[in-house]
Design a protein around this ligand. Structure first.
Ligand code: ADP
Ligand code: MG
Length: 258
């Protein structure tokens, strides 16, 4: 199973929207896909239509109680797409795991189990705490959604320092599969400028597909559906399909690199 963490310590940059829609696009292409909700807010779980009653087992059980992956996976309404949902008790995991041996290794151990999935996406919380460290330690590679706004590059350099530390300490194989520019607004000169700066600075690392600011993307979660299912023709869905195609194109090289 290829493991991709979707991380950026800033909130509201499009991590969850990217996780849901890229996972859905891969599932639609026939990949047996798993989504892991590692954010105590549980937005990926809600956004894909998993009710609170369905969250009997969650990522908390994996991280804190050492439950197996297979015990915590539930299907979604999307064919080929399963999820390990998150519940609010996950917010306590950071504290409960302090002093536990191998506390950064809990998710990696669980994900080493073969559950028949070919790819998994880990939707990270907006911090660089223990939950995100678990994701980075478990992942083969990282996908970074970057909002086209003024401090985007500063935030990114902090994230890249963390990636370097994780590579040195727990996961030398960790790669970066790409940076996805999100909430792009063509009419706003600042976002245009930021997108240009990020591209000239980071070049091939940045996916060609740019995710526009699109109201359909923000409406879909309240219907418990990925935008790709809610309205597959909207500009946001088309952009996510293009991103997923590029991602698939980068996977073999990633595998070789690992
Ligand atoms: P994160 O997981 O990084 O906190 P989200 O994916 O939850 O970010 O996005 C934050 C908010 O912005 C959500 O309400 C989401 O629906 C909305 N959103 C995300 N991407 C877009 C977009 N491209 N256009 C418009 N709204 C978006
Ligand atoms: Mg989120």
């Amino acid at each position: 199973m290829i493991r991709i963490a979707i991380a950026n310590q800033k909130g509201g940059v499009g991590k969850t929207t990217t996780a849901i829609n890229v996972a859905t696009a891969l599932a639609a292409t026939g990949w047996k896909t798993l989504l892991i909700d590692l954010d105590p807010q549980g937005n990926a779980s809600t956004g894909i239509g998993i009710t609170a009653a369905e969250r009997e087992r969650s990522t908390y059980d994996i991280l804190v109680d050492g439950m197996s992956l297979a015990e915590c996976i539930i299907p979604t309404r999307i064919p080929n797409l399963s999820i390990v949902p998150a519940t609010v008790d996950l917010s306590g995991a950071e504290v409960e795991l302090v002093g536990v041996e191998g506390r950064t290794d809990r998710l990696r151990r669980a994900l080493s189990e073969d559950t028949g999935h070919e790819i998994c996406f880990i939707d990270c919380p907006p911090s660089l705490g223990l939950l995100t460290l678990n994701a980075l330690a478990a992942a083969d590679t990282l996908l970074v959604p970057l909002q086209c706004e003024f401090f985007a590059l500063e935030g990114l350099s902090q994230l890249l320092q963390t990636v370097e530390r994780v590579q040195q300490r727990f996961n030398p194989q960790l790669g970066i599969i790409g940076i996805a520019l999100t909430m792009y607004d063509r009419r706003n000169r600042l976002t245009d400028q930021v997108a240009d700066d990020v591209r000239s600075c980071l070049r091939e690392l940045v996916f060609d597909a740019t995710i526009p600011r699109n109201v359909r993307l923000s409406e879909a979660p309240s219907h418990g559906l990925p935008a790709l299912v809610y309205d597959h023709t909207c500009a946001g869905s088309r952009a996510y399909m293009a991103l997923a195609r590029e991602l698939i194109g980068r996977l073999p090289a990633q595998r070789k690199a690992a």
